[in-house]
Design a protein around this ligand. Structure first.
Ligand SMILES: [Zn+2]
Length: 65
């Protein structure tokens, strides 16, 4: 079985794999994965902000890391 799971980093819009994600956080019983600790930090500060605009529109560029 392949354990690879593509998740989306809601902060920067990057695809991250659950197995290799550099950051993760739990919010309301759901686990979210991030490309790095910076994105995790940003999410932790304001999760609702990122959840509300998670419709799959990546920002232009990857400004976090
Ligand atoms: Zn990121």
């Amino acid at each position: 079985m392949n354990n690879t799971m593509a998740m989306k980093d809601l902060v920067c819009g990057m695809d991250v794999e659950a197995a290799t994600a550099a950051g993760r956080t739990e919010y309301k019983g759901q686990t979210y994965y991030f490309c790095g600790p910076k994105c995790k930090e940003k999410f932790d500060l304001n999760p609702e902000h990122y959840l509300s605009k998670s419709a799959g529109t990546p920002k232009s560029g990857h400004g976090c890391c």
